[in-house]
Design a protein around this ligand. Sequence first.
Ligand code: F1P
Length: 610
Amino acid sequence: MCGIVGAIAERNVVSILLEGLKRLEYRGYDSAGVAVLDAQGQLQRVRRTGKVQELADALADNPIKGSTGIAHTRWATHGGVTEANAHPHFSTARVAVVHNGIIENYQSLREQLRAEGFHFSSDTDTETIAHQVELELKSTDSLLTAVQRAVKKFHGAYGTVVIDQQNPDSMVVARSGSPLVIGLGIDENFIASDQLALLPVTRRFIFLEEGDVARISRTEVHIFDQDGNEVLRPVHDSEIEHDAGDKGGYRHYMLKEIHEQPTVVRNTLQDRLTQSGVDPRIFGALAPDLLAKVKHVQIIACGTSYHSGMTARYWLEQYANVSCNVEIASEFRYRKSFVHPNSLLVTISQSGETADTLAALRLGKELGYMASLTICNVPGSSLVRESDLAFMTLAGAEIGVASTKAFTTQLTGLLMLTLALGQFNGMADNDQQKIVGALHSLPAKLEETLALTGNIEKLAEEFADKHHSLFLGRGDQYPIAMEGALKLKEISYIHAEAYASGELKHGPLALIDDEMPVIVVAPNNELLEKLKSNVEEVRARGGIMYVFADKDARFESDATMRVINLPHVDSVIAPIVYTLPLQLLSYYVAIIKGTDVDQPRNLAKSVTVE
Ligand code: F1P
Protein backbone atom coordinates (compact mmCIF):
# COMPACT_ATOMS: atom_id res chain seq x y z
CA MET A 1 0.00 0.00 0.00
CA CYS A 2 1.09 3.63 0.30
CA GLY A 3 4.81 4.24 0.67
CA ILE A 4 6.68 7.11 2.34
CA VAL A 5 10.24 8.34 1.84
CA GLY A 6 11.79 11.48 3.29
CA ALA A 7 15.32 12.85 3.43
CA ILE A 8 17.21 15.75 4.95
CA ALA A 9 20.78 16.22 3.76
CA GLU A 10 23.33 18.65 2.40
CA ARG A 11 23.00 17.21 -1.10
CA ASN A 12 19.99 17.32 -3.43
CA VAL A 13 17.71 14.53 -2.20
CA VAL A 14 15.41 14.12 -5.23
CA SER A 15 17.22 11.08 -6.65
CA ILE A 16 17.28 9.43 -3.18
CA LEU A 17 13.53 9.99 -2.87
CA LEU A 18 12.86 8.60 -6.36
CA GLU A 19 15.01 5.52 -5.79
CA GLY A 20 13.18 5.00 -2.48
CA LEU A 21 9.81 5.20 -4.23
CA LYS A 22 10.97 2.69 -6.84
CA ARG A 23 11.96 0.30 -4.10
CA LEU A 24 8.50 0.69 -2.55
CA GLU A 25 6.65 0.10 -5.84
CA TYR A 26 6.09 -3.52 -4.90
CA ARG A 27 3.71 -2.49 -2.15
CA GLY A 28 1.09 -1.44 -4.72
CA TYR A 29 0.08 2.15 -5.57
CA ASP A 30 -1.64 4.20 -8.22
CA SER A 31 0.04 7.63 -8.08
CA ALA A 32 3.29 9.13 -6.86
CA GLY A 33 4.74 12.50 -5.90
CA VAL A 34 7.72 14.39 -4.52
CA ALA A 35 8.04 17.75 -2.73
CA VAL A 36 11.21 19.55 -1.72
CA LEU A 37 12.22 22.80 -0.09
CA ASP A 38 14.38 24.45 -2.77
CA ALA A 39 17.46 26.70 -2.32
CA GLN A 40 15.17 29.74 -2.00
CA GLY A 41 13.23 28.02 0.77
CA GLN A 42 10.15 27.51 -1.43
CA LEU A 43 8.13 24.30 -1.61
CA GLN A 44 8.30 22.65 -5.02
CA ARG A 45 6.20 19.64 -5.95
CA VAL A 46 5.70 17.21 -8.83
CA ARG A 47 2.97 14.52 -8.79
CA ARG A 48 1.75 12.02 -11.35
CA THR A 49 -0.85 9.29 -11.56
CA GLY A 50 0.48 5.92 -12.73
CA LYS A 51 3.95 4.53 -12.25
CA VAL A 52 6.95 6.07 -10.47
CA GLN A 53 8.65 6.07 -13.87
CA GLU A 54 6.10 8.64 -15.05
CA LEU A 55 7.01 10.81 -12.08
CA ALA A 56 10.70 10.30 -12.88
CA ASP A 57 10.08 11.34 -16.52
CA ALA A 58 8.19 14.43 -15.36
CA LEU A 59 11.07 15.32 -13.03
CA ALA A 60 13.57 14.82 -15.83
CA ASP A 61 11.59 17.29 -17.97
CA ASN A 62 11.11 19.80 -15.13
CA PRO A 63 13.76 19.14 -12.50
CA ILE A 64 13.29 20.33 -8.93
CA LYS A 65 16.11 20.40 -6.38
CA GLY A 66 16.26 20.55 -2.63
CA SER A 67 18.07 19.12 0.37
CA THR A 68 14.91 18.52 2.43
CA GLY A 69 12.18 16.51 0.78
CA ILE A 70 9.36 14.02 1.07
CA ALA A 71 7.88 11.57 -1.39
CA HIS A 72 4.99 9.15 -1.55
CA THR A 73 3.32 6.40 -3.50
CA ARG A 74 -0.45 6.49 -2.96
CA TRP A 75 -2.92 3.60 -3.02
CA ALA A 76 -6.26 5.35 -3.28
CA THR A 77 -8.65 5.09 -0.34
CA HIS A 78 -10.33 8.50 0.05
CA GLY A 79 -10.73 10.13 -3.35
CA GLY A 80 -10.08 8.73 -6.82
CA VAL A 81 -6.78 8.22 -8.60
CA THR A 82 -6.04 11.81 -9.67
CA GLU A 83 -3.04 14.09 -9.55
CA ALA A 84 -4.89 16.39 -7.14
CA ASN A 85 -5.34 13.51 -4.71
CA ALA A 86 -1.71 12.35 -4.97
CA HIS A 87 0.64 13.22 -2.09
CA PRO A 88 2.48 15.34 -0.98
CA HIS A 89 -0.39 17.62 0.09
CA PHE A 90 0.18 21.27 0.88
CA SER A 91 -1.48 23.70 3.19
CA THR A 92 -0.95 27.09 1.54
CA ALA A 93 2.64 27.26 0.37
CA ARG A 94 4.02 26.57 3.82
CA VAL A 95 3.40 23.00 4.97
CA ALA A 96 3.74 19.77 2.99
CA VAL A 97 2.78 16.29 4.19
CA VAL A 98 2.79 12.67 3.12
CA HIS A 99 0.67 10.14 4.96
CA ASN A 100 -0.05 6.42 5.11
CA GLY A 101 -3.19 5.11 6.78
CA ILE A 102 -6.59 6.71 7.25
CA ILE A 103 -7.69 9.71 9.32
CA GLU A 104 -11.15 8.44 10.23
CA ASN A 105 -12.55 11.74 11.53
CA TYR A 106 -11.42 13.68 8.47
CA GLN A 107 -14.95 14.83 7.55
CA SER A 108 -15.50 16.68 10.80
CA LEU A 109 -11.93 18.04 10.73
CA ARG A 110 -12.52 19.31 7.19
CA GLU A 111 -15.56 21.25 8.33
CA GLN A 112 -13.69 22.78 11.25
CA LEU A 113 -10.70 23.67 9.07
CA ARG A 114 -12.93 25.16 6.38
CA ALA A 115 -14.52 27.31 9.08
CA GLU A 116 -10.98 28.45 9.95
CA GLY A 117 -10.56 29.59 6.36
CA PHE A 118 -8.56 26.68 4.90
CA HIS A 119 -9.24 25.73 1.30
CA PHE A 120 -9.23 22.04 0.29
CA SER A 121 -7.85 21.11 -3.09
CA SER A 122 -8.23 17.30 -2.85
CA ASP A 123 -10.76 14.72 -1.69
CA THR A 124 -8.26 13.07 0.64
CA ASP A 125 -8.24 12.63 4.39
CA THR A 126 -4.51 13.50 4.26
CA GLU A 127 -5.04 17.12 3.37
CA THR A 128 -6.59 17.67 6.80
CA ILE A 129 -3.18 16.86 8.34
CA ALA A 130 -1.48 19.62 6.37
CA HIS A 131 -4.11 22.22 7.30
CA GLN A 132 -4.33 21.12 10.92
CA VAL A 133 -0.54 21.48 11.30
CA GLU A 134 -0.61 24.90 9.68
CA LEU A 135 -3.44 25.91 12.00
CA GLU A 136 -1.35 24.83 15.01
CA LEU A 137 1.62 26.77 13.61
CA LYS A 138 -0.37 29.95 14.11
CA SER A 139 0.20 29.60 17.85
CA THR A 140 3.74 28.16 17.92
CA ASP A 141 6.91 28.55 15.88
CA SER A 142 7.91 24.96 16.57
CA LEU A 143 6.96 22.42 13.92
CA LEU A 144 7.43 19.67 16.50
CA THR A 145 4.92 21.27 18.88
CA ALA A 146 2.50 21.90 16.02
CA VAL A 147 2.58 18.26 14.93
CA GLN A 148 2.30 17.04 18.54
CA ARG A 149 -0.82 19.16 18.97
CA ALA A 150 -2.26 18.21 15.60
CA VAL A 151 -1.97 14.44 16.05
CA LYS A 152 -4.07 14.67 19.21
CA LYS A 153 -6.99 15.64 16.95
CA PHE A 154 -6.67 12.64 14.62
CA HIS A 155 -8.55 9.36 15.00
CA GLY A 156 -7.39 6.41 12.93
CA ALA A 157 -4.10 5.16 11.63
CA TYR A 158 -1.29 7.28 10.39
CA GLY A 159 2.34 7.40 9.57
CA THR A 160 3.05 10.95 8.47
CA VAL A 161 5.98 13.20 7.58
CA VAL A 162 5.65 16.97 7.65
CA ILE A 163 7.95 19.65 6.31
CA ASP A 164 7.53 23.36 6.89
CA GLN A 165 8.90 26.15 4.78
CA GLN A 166 9.63 28.18 7.91
CA ASN A 167 11.42 25.30 9.69
CA PRO A 168 13.66 24.22 6.80
CA ASP A 169 16.24 22.43 8.93
CA SER A 170 14.04 19.57 10.07
CA MET A 171 11.18 17.30 9.24
CA VAL A 172 8.71 16.02 11.83
CA VAL A 173 7.30 12.53 11.65
CA ALA A 174 4.53 10.83 13.63
CA ARG A 175 3.52 7.22 13.91
CA SER A 176 0.24 5.74 15.07
CA GLY A 177 -0.83 2.50 13.47
CA SER A 178 1.28 2.81 10.31
CA PRO A 179 4.97 1.93 10.50
CA LEU A 180 7.80 4.41 10.06
CA VAL A 181 11.52 3.80 10.25
CA ILE A 182 14.22 6.44 10.62
CA GLY A 183 17.37 5.81 8.57
CA LEU A 184 20.58 7.20 10.04
CA GLY A 185 23.25 8.55 7.72
CA ILE A 186 26.40 10.61 8.19
CA ASP A 187 25.31 14.23 8.33
CA GLU A 188 22.05 13.22 6.70
CA ASN A 189 18.99 11.38 7.91
CA PHE A 190 16.02 9.69 6.33
CA ILE A 191 12.54 8.42 7.02
CA ALA A 192 10.54 5.70 5.27
CA SER A 193 7.60 3.41 5.76
CA ASP A 194 9.81 0.41 4.96
CA GLN A 195 13.57 0.06 5.47
CA LEU A 196 13.87 -1.42 1.96
CA ALA A 197 13.39 2.09 0.55
CA LEU A 198 16.54 3.35 2.26
CA LEU A 199 19.00 0.47 1.81
CA PRO A 200 21.00 2.29 -0.88
CA VAL A 201 21.73 5.13 1.61
CA THR A 202 21.93 3.49 5.02
CA ARG A 203 21.74 0.23 6.94
CA ARG A 204 21.19 1.78 10.38
CA PHE A 205 17.60 2.14 11.45
CA ILE A 206 15.41 3.24 14.35
CA PHE A 207 11.88 1.82 14.37
CA LEU A 208 9.37 4.29 15.76
CA GLU A 209 6.91 3.03 18.36
CA GLU A 210 3.18 3.65 18.44
CA GLY A 211 2.45 7.25 19.37
CA ASP A 212 5.99 8.49 18.71
CA VAL A 213 6.61 11.90 17.19
CA ALA A 214 10.17 12.67 16.07
CA ARG A 215 12.06 15.72 14.92
CA ILE A 216 14.73 14.81 12.41
CA SER A 217 17.45 17.17 11.25
CA ARG A 218 20.57 16.48 9.20
CA THR A 219 22.59 15.68 12.30
CA GLU A 220 20.10 14.92 15.05
CA VAL A 221 17.11 12.76 15.81
CA HIS A 222 14.86 13.51 18.80
CA ILE A 223 12.01 11.11 19.55
CA PHE A 224 9.09 11.84 21.88
CA ASP A 225 6.54 9.30 23.09
CA GLN A 226 2.81 9.90 23.15
CA ASP A 227 3.07 11.71 26.47
CA GLY A 228 5.64 14.09 25.02
CA ASN A 229 8.61 12.65 26.94
CA GLU A 230 11.86 12.43 25.00
CA VAL A 231 12.82 8.77 24.60
CA LEU A 232 15.73 6.78 23.21
CA ARG A 233 14.87 4.01 20.76
CA PRO A 234 17.46 1.36 19.85
CA VAL A 235 19.42 1.53 16.62
CA HIS A 236 19.29 -1.64 14.51
CA ASP A 237 21.64 -2.73 11.76
CA SER A 238 19.52 -4.00 8.91
CA GLU A 239 19.76 -7.71 8.19
CA ILE A 240 18.11 -7.37 4.81
CA GLU A 241 20.36 -8.28 1.90
CA HIS A 242 21.58 -5.37 -0.12
CA ASP A 243 20.33 -6.77 -3.39
CA ALA A 244 16.85 -7.45 -2.06
CA GLY A 245 15.42 -5.09 -4.64
CA ASP A 246 17.13 -6.86 -7.52
CA LYS A 247 15.49 -9.35 -9.90
CA GLY A 248 18.71 -11.36 -10.12
CA GLY A 249 18.35 -12.11 -13.85
CA TYR A 250 14.74 -13.31 -13.59
CA ARG A 251 12.02 -11.64 -15.63
CA HIS A 252 9.93 -10.93 -12.54
CA TYR A 253 10.43 -10.83 -8.79
CA MET A 254 7.74 -13.46 -8.46
CA LEU A 255 9.66 -15.93 -10.61
CA LYS A 256 12.86 -15.18 -8.70
CA GLU A 257 11.05 -15.73 -5.43
CA ILE A 258 9.49 -19.01 -6.60
CA HIS A 259 12.96 -20.27 -7.52
CA GLU A 260 14.49 -19.09 -4.24
CA GLN A 261 12.26 -21.42 -2.24
CA PRO A 262 14.68 -24.35 -1.83
CA THR A 263 17.32 -21.93 -0.52
CA VAL A 264 15.11 -19.91 1.81
CA VAL A 265 13.41 -23.00 3.21
CA ARG A 266 16.90 -24.38 3.88
CA ASN A 267 17.82 -21.09 5.60
CA THR A 268 14.66 -21.24 7.69
CA LEU A 269 15.50 -24.77 8.83
CA GLN A 270 19.21 -24.21 9.35
CA ASP A 271 20.41 -24.10 12.97
CA ARG A 272 16.84 -24.70 14.11
CA LEU A 273 16.08 -28.27 13.08
CA THR A 274 18.44 -30.85 14.53
CA GLN A 275 18.45 -34.61 13.91
CA SER A 276 16.04 -35.11 16.80
CA GLY A 277 13.66 -32.16 16.49
CA VAL A 278 13.62 -28.54 17.56
CA ASP A 279 14.58 -26.62 20.66
CA PRO A 280 11.54 -24.53 21.71
CA ARG A 281 13.88 -21.56 22.19
CA ILE A 282 13.80 -21.03 18.41
CA PHE A 283 10.46 -19.32 19.12
CA GLY A 284 11.94 -16.97 21.71
CA ALA A 285 13.62 -16.98 25.11
CA LEU A 286 10.31 -17.43 26.95
CA ALA A 287 9.13 -20.23 24.66
CA PRO A 288 10.15 -23.29 26.76
CA ASP A 289 7.94 -22.12 29.65
CA LEU A 290 5.09 -20.79 27.56
CA LEU A 291 4.83 -23.57 24.97
CA ALA A 292 4.88 -26.21 27.71
CA LYS A 293 1.50 -24.89 28.92
CA VAL A 294 -0.25 -24.64 25.56
CA LYS A 295 -3.38 -26.77 25.11
CA HIS A 296 -5.03 -24.80 22.32
CA VAL A 297 -3.83 -22.67 19.42
CA GLN A 298 -5.79 -19.81 17.85
CA ILE A 299 -4.30 -18.79 14.50
CA ILE A 300 -5.09 -15.39 12.97
CA ALA A 301 -3.93 -14.16 9.57
CA CYS A 302 -5.03 -12.73 6.21
CA GLY A 303 -4.71 -13.86 2.59
CA THR A 304 -1.91 -16.28 1.80
CA SER A 305 -0.79 -16.27 5.43
CA TYR A 306 -4.29 -17.42 6.38
CA HIS A 307 -3.85 -20.42 4.08
CA SER A 308 -0.65 -21.39 5.85
CA GLY A 309 -2.57 -21.20 9.13
CA MET A 310 -5.29 -23.43 7.73
CA THR A 311 -2.69 -25.99 6.74
CA ALA A 312 -1.08 -25.86 10.17
CA ARG A 313 -4.37 -26.77 11.83
CA TYR A 314 -4.19 -30.22 10.22
CA TRP A 315 -0.64 -30.70 11.51
CA LEU A 316 -1.23 -29.36 15.02
CA GLU A 317 -4.31 -31.48 15.64
CA GLN A 318 -2.97 -34.63 13.97
CA TYR A 319 0.57 -34.68 15.31
CA ALA A 320 0.93 -32.23 18.22
CA ASN A 321 -2.34 -33.21 19.92
CA VAL A 322 -3.41 -29.61 20.50
CA SER A 323 -6.72 -28.25 19.31
CA CYS A 324 -6.55 -25.40 16.87
CA ASN A 325 -8.86 -22.78 15.37
CA VAL A 326 -7.94 -20.60 12.42
CA GLU A 327 -9.64 -17.35 11.55
CA ILE A 328 -9.29 -14.45 9.14
CA ALA A 329 -8.16 -11.41 11.16
CA SER A 330 -10.87 -9.08 9.87
CA GLU A 331 -13.54 -11.52 11.06
CA PHE A 332 -11.93 -12.34 14.39
CA ARG A 333 -11.65 -8.73 15.46
CA TYR A 334 -15.33 -7.91 15.04
CA ARG A 335 -17.10 -10.81 16.69
CA LYS A 336 -17.41 -12.13 20.18
CA SER A 337 -15.15 -15.16 20.56
CA PHE A 338 -14.24 -17.46 23.42
CA VAL A 339 -10.70 -17.90 24.67
CA HIS A 340 -9.91 -21.53 25.41
CA PRO A 341 -7.85 -22.22 28.54
CA ASN A 342 -4.08 -22.18 27.92
CA SER A 343 -4.57 -20.81 24.47
CA LEU A 344 -1.68 -19.49 22.37
CA LEU A 345 -2.54 -16.74 19.90
CA VAL A 346 -0.51 -17.24 16.72
CA THR A 347 -0.43 -14.50 14.11
CA ILE A 348 1.06 -15.23 10.70
CA SER A 349 2.18 -12.47 8.39
CA GLN A 350 4.82 -11.86 5.76
CA SER A 351 5.01 -8.12 6.42
CA GLY A 352 4.22 -8.01 10.13
CA GLU A 353 2.23 -4.85 9.46
CA THR A 354 -1.12 -6.08 8.14
CA ALA A 355 -3.59 -3.78 9.90
CA ASP A 356 -6.26 -6.39 10.65
CA THR A 357 -3.77 -8.96 11.92
CA LEU A 358 -2.10 -6.39 14.17
CA ALA A 359 -5.48 -5.25 15.51
CA ALA A 360 -6.40 -8.88 16.17
CA LEU A 361 -3.18 -9.39 18.16
CA ARG A 362 -3.94 -6.32 20.27
CA LEU A 363 -7.50 -7.52 20.81
CA GLY A 364 -6.21 -10.99 21.71
CA LYS A 365 -4.09 -9.45 24.48
CA GLU A 366 -7.17 -7.74 25.90
CA LEU A 367 -9.15 -10.97 25.68
CA GLY A 368 -6.60 -12.74 27.83
CA TYR A 369 -4.79 -15.25 25.61
CA MET A 370 -2.07 -16.99 27.54
CA ALA A 371 0.65 -15.75 25.18
CA SER A 372 1.18 -14.58 21.61
CA LEU A 373 3.52 -15.87 18.92
CA THR A 374 4.04 -14.40 15.48
CA ILE A 375 5.39 -16.22 12.43
CA CYS A 376 6.74 -13.32 10.44
CA ASN A 377 9.22 -12.40 7.73
CA VAL A 378 10.14 -8.84 8.67
CA PRO A 379 12.43 -8.27 11.67
CA GLY A 380 11.44 -5.26 13.73
CA SER A 381 7.91 -5.19 12.32
CA SER A 382 4.97 -4.33 14.57
CA LEU A 383 3.81 -7.94 14.99
CA VAL A 384 7.30 -9.03 15.99
CA ARG A 385 7.70 -6.23 18.48
CA GLU A 386 4.29 -6.66 20.05
CA SER A 387 4.21 -10.47 20.36
CA ASP A 388 5.60 -12.43 23.30
CA LEU A 389 7.29 -14.92 20.96
CA ALA A 390 8.45 -14.64 17.38
CA PHE A 391 9.64 -17.06 14.74
CA MET A 392 11.33 -15.31 11.84
CA THR A 393 10.87 -16.91 8.46
CA LEU A 394 14.13 -16.34 6.62
CA ALA A 395 12.58 -15.84 3.19
CA GLY A 396 14.42 -12.55 2.61
CA ALA A 397 12.59 -9.55 1.22
CA GLU A 398 9.55 -10.60 -0.77
CA ILE A 399 8.79 -8.06 -3.46
CA GLY A 400 6.13 -9.72 -5.67
CA VAL A 401 2.70 -8.77 -4.34
CA ALA A 402 1.54 -12.37 -4.68
CA SER A 403 3.22 -14.16 -1.80
CA THR A 404 5.25 -17.28 -2.63
CA LYS A 405 8.43 -17.89 -0.64
CA ALA A 406 6.93 -16.27 2.46
CA PHE A 407 4.17 -18.89 2.33
CA THR A 408 6.43 -21.93 2.09
CA THR A 409 8.74 -20.65 4.82
CA GLN A 410 5.71 -19.97 7.03
CA LEU A 411 4.63 -23.57 6.50
CA THR A 412 8.16 -24.71 7.36
CA GLY A 413 8.04 -22.71 10.60
CA LEU A 414 4.57 -24.03 11.44
CA LEU A 415 5.73 -27.60 11.01
CA MET A 416 8.56 -26.83 13.44
CA LEU A 417 5.96 -25.37 15.82
CA THR A 418 4.09 -28.67 15.49
CA LEU A 419 7.27 -30.46 16.60
CA ALA A 420 7.80 -28.08 19.52
CA LEU A 421 4.23 -28.32 20.81
CA GLY A 422 4.20 -32.06 20.17
CA GLN A 423 7.11 -32.49 22.59
CA PHE A 424 4.90 -31.23 25.41
CA ASN A 425 1.77 -33.08 24.34
CA GLY A 426 2.80 -36.66 23.80
CA MET A 427 3.68 -36.64 20.11
CA ALA A 428 4.32 -40.20 18.98
CA ASP A 429 8.03 -40.97 18.44
CA ASN A 430 7.48 -42.23 14.93
CA ASP A 431 5.56 -39.05 14.02
CA GLN A 432 8.39 -36.98 15.44
CA GLN A 433 10.98 -38.89 13.40
CA LYS A 434 8.82 -38.78 10.29
CA ILE A 435 8.40 -34.97 10.48
CA VAL A 436 12.08 -34.35 11.24
CA GLY A 437 13.14 -36.59 8.34
CA ALA A 438 10.62 -35.04 5.96
CA LEU A 439 11.73 -31.51 6.87
CA HIS A 440 15.37 -32.42 6.27
CA SER A 441 14.44 -33.70 2.82
CA LEU A 442 12.30 -30.66 1.98
CA PRO A 443 14.79 -28.31 0.24
CA ALA A 444 15.91 -31.08 -2.14
CA LYS A 445 12.30 -32.04 -2.90
CA LEU A 446 11.49 -28.42 -3.69
CA GLU A 447 14.45 -28.33 -6.08
CA GLU A 448 13.23 -31.50 -7.80
CA THR A 449 9.76 -30.00 -8.12
CA LEU A 450 11.08 -26.82 -9.72
CA ALA A 451 12.56 -28.98 -12.47
CA LEU A 452 8.97 -29.33 -13.73
CA THR A 453 8.93 -25.65 -14.71
CA GLY A 454 9.08 -26.36 -18.46
CA ASN A 455 6.08 -28.77 -18.34
CA ILE A 456 4.03 -26.30 -16.37
CA GLU A 457 4.88 -23.46 -18.74
CA LYS A 458 3.38 -25.55 -21.59
CA LEU A 459 0.35 -26.43 -19.52
CA ALA A 460 -0.35 -22.75 -18.88
CA GLU A 461 -1.26 -22.28 -22.56
CA GLU A 462 -4.43 -24.28 -21.98
CA PHE A 463 -5.62 -21.85 -19.31
CA ALA A 464 -4.96 -18.49 -20.83
CA ASP A 465 -8.33 -18.23 -22.66
CA LYS A 466 -10.39 -19.51 -19.73
CA HIS A 467 -12.51 -17.28 -17.51
CA HIS A 468 -13.11 -19.65 -14.61
CA SER A 469 -11.35 -22.51 -12.88
CA LEU A 470 -11.87 -24.84 -9.96
CA PHE A 471 -9.15 -26.09 -7.60
CA LEU A 472 -9.74 -29.27 -5.61
CA GLY A 473 -7.92 -30.83 -2.67
CA ARG A 474 -8.71 -32.82 0.43
CA GLY A 475 -7.37 -32.70 3.99
CA ASP A 476 -4.21 -30.62 4.34
CA GLN A 477 -4.22 -30.10 0.56
CA TYR A 478 -7.53 -28.22 0.70
CA PRO A 479 -5.79 -25.02 1.90
CA ILE A 480 -3.18 -25.59 -0.82
CA ALA A 481 -5.99 -25.70 -3.40
CA MET A 482 -7.21 -22.40 -1.88
CA GLU A 483 -3.76 -20.92 -2.16
CA GLY A 484 -3.49 -22.12 -5.79
CA ALA A 485 -6.81 -20.46 -6.60
CA LEU A 486 -5.76 -17.26 -4.85
CA LYS A 487 -2.50 -17.10 -6.85
CA LEU A 488 -4.35 -17.58 -10.15
CA LYS A 489 -6.90 -14.84 -9.44
CA GLU A 490 -4.32 -12.43 -8.01
CA ILE A 491 -2.01 -12.37 -10.99
CA SER A 492 -3.93 -13.69 -14.03
CA TYR A 493 -7.36 -12.25 -13.07
CA ILE A 494 -9.01 -15.58 -13.93
CA HIS A 495 -11.85 -16.38 -11.58
CA ALA A 496 -10.69 -19.33 -9.48
CA GLU A 497 -12.50 -21.14 -6.71
CA ALA A 498 -11.21 -23.78 -4.38
CA TYR A 499 -13.27 -26.56 -2.91
CA ALA A 500 -12.62 -29.40 -0.55
CA SER A 501 -13.34 -32.10 -3.10
CA GLY A 502 -15.75 -33.90 -0.78
CA GLU A 503 -17.99 -30.85 -1.21
CA LEU A 504 -18.24 -31.21 -5.00
CA LYS A 505 -21.67 -32.82 -4.92
CA HIS A 506 -22.98 -30.07 -2.68
CA GLY A 507 -22.96 -27.44 -5.40
CA PRO A 508 -19.90 -26.90 -7.57
CA LEU A 509 -20.51 -29.96 -9.77
CA ALA A 510 -23.23 -27.84 -11.42
CA LEU A 511 -20.48 -25.62 -12.85
CA ILE A 512 -18.50 -28.36 -14.56
CA ASP A 513 -18.16 -28.19 -18.34
CA ASP A 514 -15.22 -28.14 -20.75
CA GLU A 515 -14.76 -24.38 -20.27
CA MET A 516 -14.04 -24.80 -16.55
CA PRO A 517 -10.64 -26.40 -16.02
CA VAL A 518 -10.40 -28.37 -12.79
CA ILE A 519 -7.03 -28.46 -11.04
CA VAL A 520 -6.53 -31.30 -8.59
CA VAL A 521 -3.75 -31.67 -5.99
CA ALA A 522 -3.29 -35.37 -5.36
CA PRO A 523 -0.40 -36.51 -3.19
CA ASN A 524 -0.30 -40.13 -2.20
CA ASN A 525 -1.94 -39.87 1.21
CA GLU A 526 -4.72 -41.65 3.09
CA LEU A 527 -7.37 -39.62 1.25
CA LEU A 528 -6.15 -40.59 -2.24
CA GLU A 529 -8.89 -43.14 -2.98
CA LYS A 530 -11.57 -40.70 -1.88
CA LEU A 531 -10.03 -38.02 -4.06
CA LYS A 532 -10.05 -40.44 -7.01
CA SER A 533 -13.81 -40.86 -6.59
CA ASN A 534 -14.17 -37.08 -6.75
CA VAL A 535 -12.08 -37.05 -9.93
CA GLU A 536 -14.50 -39.57 -11.48
CA GLU A 537 -17.43 -37.33 -10.54
CA VAL A 538 -15.84 -34.53 -12.56
CA ARG A 539 -14.97 -36.81 -15.47
CA ALA A 540 -18.54 -38.12 -15.69
CA ARG A 541 -19.73 -34.52 -16.21
CA GLY A 542 -17.33 -33.78 -19.08
CA GLY A 543 -14.86 -31.77 -17.00
CA ILE A 544 -11.24 -31.26 -18.11
CA MET A 545 -8.77 -31.99 -15.32
CA TYR A 546 -5.18 -31.13 -14.56
CA VAL A 547 -3.91 -33.39 -11.83
CA PHE A 548 -0.73 -32.72 -9.84
CA ALA A 549 -0.08 -36.17 -8.47
CA ASP A 550 2.46 -38.31 -6.70
CA LYS A 551 4.25 -40.68 -9.07
CA ASP A 552 2.86 -43.57 -7.08
CA ALA A 553 -0.73 -42.34 -7.10
CA ARG A 554 -1.41 -44.11 -10.43
CA PHE A 555 -3.22 -41.37 -12.32
CA GLU A 556 -3.02 -41.80 -16.11
CA SER A 557 -3.27 -38.98 -18.62
CA ASP A 558 -6.11 -39.38 -21.14
CA ALA A 559 -8.43 -37.22 -23.26
CA THR A 560 -9.99 -35.50 -20.27
CA MET A 561 -7.13 -35.58 -17.81
CA ARG A 562 -3.56 -34.26 -17.89
CA VAL A 563 -1.37 -35.70 -15.15
CA ILE A 564 1.76 -33.92 -13.93
CA ASN A 565 3.80 -36.21 -11.73
CA LEU A 566 5.59 -34.74 -8.74
CA PRO A 567 8.45 -36.35 -6.85
CA HIS A 568 7.42 -38.77 -4.15
CA VAL A 569 7.43 -37.01 -0.77
CA ASP A 570 6.33 -37.84 2.71
CA SER A 571 2.70 -36.77 3.02
CA VAL A 572 3.47 -34.40 5.91
CA ILE A 573 5.48 -32.04 3.66
CA ALA A 574 3.31 -32.59 0.57
CA PRO A 575 1.33 -29.34 1.16
CA ILE A 576 4.61 -27.38 0.91
CA VAL A 577 5.86 -29.22 -2.18
CA TYR A 578 2.52 -29.15 -4.06
CA THR A 579 2.34 -25.37 -3.65
CA LEU A 580 5.18 -24.84 -6.13
CA PRO A 581 3.54 -26.15 -9.32
CA LEU A 582 0.44 -24.10 -8.55
CA GLN A 583 2.57 -20.95 -8.16
CA LEU A 584 4.32 -21.69 -11.45
CA LEU A 585 1.03 -22.35 -13.24
CA SER A 586 -0.37 -18.97 -12.15
CA TYR A 587 2.86 -17.25 -13.12
CA TYR A 588 2.95 -18.64 -16.66
CA VAL A 589 -0.78 -18.08 -17.24
CA ALA A 590 -0.23 -14.44 -16.21
CA ILE A 591 2.74 -14.18 -18.57
CA ILE A 592 0.61 -15.37 -21.50
CA LYS A 593 -2.16 -12.96 -20.51
CA GLY A 594 0.36 -10.12 -20.20
CA THR A 595 -0.74 -8.94 -16.78
CA ASP A 596 1.46 -7.03 -14.34
CA VAL A 597 2.78 -10.06 -12.45
CA ASP A 598 4.67 -8.29 -9.67
CA GLN A 599 2.14 -5.54 -9.10
CA PRO A 600 -1.28 -6.90 -10.00
CA ARG A 601 -4.05 -4.35 -10.44
CA ASN A 602 -5.82 -3.07 -7.31
CA LEU A 603 -3.63 -5.08 -4.92
CA ALA A 604 -1.08 -4.01 -2.34
CA LYS A 605 1.77 -5.93 -0.78
CA SER A 606 1.38 -4.70 2.74
CA VAL A 607 -2.23 -3.98 3.69
CA THR A 608 -1.74 -1.33 6.35
CA VAL A 609 -5.35 -0.11 6.41
CA GLU A 610 -8.24 -2.29 7.47
C1 F1P B 1 -1.39 -10.71 3.85
C2 F1P B 1 -1.70 -10.59 2.35
C3 F1P B 1 -0.73 -11.39 1.49
C4 F1P B 1 -1.00 -11.13 0.01
C5 F1P B 1 -1.02 -9.63 -0.34
C6 F1P B 1 -1.89 -8.88 0.62
O1 F1P B 1 -0.18 -10.09 4.12
O2 F1P B 1 -3.01 -11.05 2.15
O3 F1P B 1 -0.85 -12.74 1.76
O4 F1P B 1 -0.01 -11.75 -0.78
O5 F1P B 1 0.25 -9.15 -0.37
O6 F1P B 1 -1.62 -9.20 2.00
P1 F1P B 1 0.78 -10.49 5.32
O7 F1P B 1 0.01 -10.26 6.60
O8 F1P B 1 1.18 -11.90 5.14
O9 F1P B 1 1.93 -9.52 5.18
